[in-house]
Structures are given as C-alpha cells and as structure tokens.
Ligand binder design. Structure first.
Ligand code: SAH
Length: 226
C-alpha cells in the first residue's frame, strides 16, 4: 500500500504547520513505538493543522488531543497511528468503517493509506466541516450522518472497523459487520478508565480479543444532533 495523497502547495503549510514540523512528529511517533512505515508516511503526508480551528493550528503537530467544538476532540496522533497500525497488522484491508468522524483526520489517514473509507458521525455540524476538509484535500471518503452504533449495513461487511469514541462494551452490530479475518479496534470502558481493544473475527464467527493500551476517548453517545 502506498499513500495516494498528493498535496497542493497551498495546503502544505509554513512555519509551525510546515512539513518539517510534521516530520518531527513522525520521529516522535517512531520513538514511542509506531513501526508501520505506511502509517508513519500517512502522518507525514496529511496536514493535521487543517483539521483543527485556525487558532489551534500551531499546536496541531504536538502529540496531543485538541478540541474541535461540541465537546469533542481530534484524537492524539499517537492514538491515531496505533489504531491504524493495529488494523493493518497481519491483514490487507480494502474497506474500512469508522465510527466517529469528528474532525475527519483519522478518515484522512485511512484514505491516504489507499483504503476505501466509510465514516459515520452523529453531530451534523462536525460532519459538514469534516466533509469540506476532506473534499478540499481531494480525498474520497464516504460519510453518513447517523448514530454509528448501528454501523452502516449497506456496505458491510468491512475488512476493518475503527471506533473512535468509547462505549462501556463492544457494540454487537459492528462485530456483525466485520468481515472474517478482519480487525476491529475500539476503546471500551467508562469515563475514567478505558482500554483500546482489538478484535479479530474468526471463520466460525467468534472473535479473538487483545488489549492494546490504556486510552482516553470521548463517549460513544446515542441518537444524532444537527
Ligand atoms: N476520529 C475523530 C475523533 C473524533 S472524537 C477524529 O479523527 O477527529 C469522537 C467522535 O465520535 C465525535 O465527533 C463524536 O460526535 C462521535 N460520536 C460519538 N458517538 C457517536 C455515535 N454513536 N455515532 C457516530 N459518531 C459518534
């Protein structure tokens, strides 16, 4: 898989948003254990500063979550990289379903890896902004305004599924929409303690489960908002 994104000069950034700053973030991710060169390349290519408010752009290449409005956050780069790496390990997914589009950054990383991306977001305003950014970057991501706890049955099964908001337990509908051999990565737990879980679907329909890391995500909520 080779990253497909080719950036226009006007989105390449200058100063605190330049390629050099992005390269430094990639080195930091490498030092903190991210190994997949394709994932590191995607982080090197996708301009994270365009996925946050302009006032926060200068902090976009710190390895930290940042607010994106509506009490939501763009995930920490290390978490994005770790989850993406986990989806790709021992698998060659073609399609991926994301629950929780948020800023659209995780979707952009997946698209830059050449995956066919489907993403679902419950907050209409965030989804509209994410769509606009992804379109400006020329990234072809399919998205839907809905409660992602029901997945997106129309295009199932997906070779990989990534959930970017935490639920007390794994969501059954999503496991149903995962293809055999595919990985699902999701934070599971309450407000104070969550673990990043990776499930792999077996041919008999059962799942193998692995705990990857302690994490902090915003909650997976029910219903939709405009
Ligand atoms: N992947 C995002 C992270 C956003 S934070 C990014 O890269 O920026 C998690 C997002 O999940 C929020 O935008 C929140 O509104 C959304 N979310 C929470 N519950 C949801 C649900 N049931 N269905 C779809 N999206 C949900």
């Amino acid at each position: 898989m080779t990253p497909r994104l080719r950036l226009q000069p006007e989105v390449a950034g200058q100063g605190m948003t330049s390629q050099r700053v992005r390269d430094r973030l990639v080195e930091r991710l490498r030092e903190s254990g991210i190994r997949d060169e394709n994932v590191l390349n995607a982080v090197r290519t996708v301009p994270r500063h365009l996925f946050v408010d302009e006032a926060l752009a200068m902090r976009a290449y710190e390895d930290t979550a940042l607010p994106i409005g509506h009490s939501q956050t763009i995930s920490q780069p290390w978490v994005v990289a770790r989850m993406t790496e986990a989806l790709l390990l021992d698998a060659s997914p073609r399609t991926v379903l994301e629950i929780g589009t948020g800023s659209g950054y995780q979707a952009a990383i997946l698209a830059a890896l050449g995956l066919e991306v489907y993403t679902v977001e419950r907050i209409g305003d965030l989804l509209r902004q994410a769509r606009k950014r992804l379109r400006q970057l020329g990234m072809n991501v399919r998205s839907k305004h809905d409660d992602g706890r029901v997945g997106w049955a129309e295009h199932a099964p997906y070779d990989a599924i990534i959930v970017t908001a935490a639920a007390p337990a794994l969501v059954g509908a999503l496991i149903d929409q995962l293809a055999v051999g595919g990985h699902l990565v999701a934070p599971v737990g309450g407000a104070s303690s969550q673990s990043l879980l990776k499930l792999t679907k077996r041919a008999d329909g059962g799942v193998d489960e692995q705990v990857l890391a302690p994490v902090v995500f915003v909650p997976l909520l029910s219903g939709t908002l405009d």
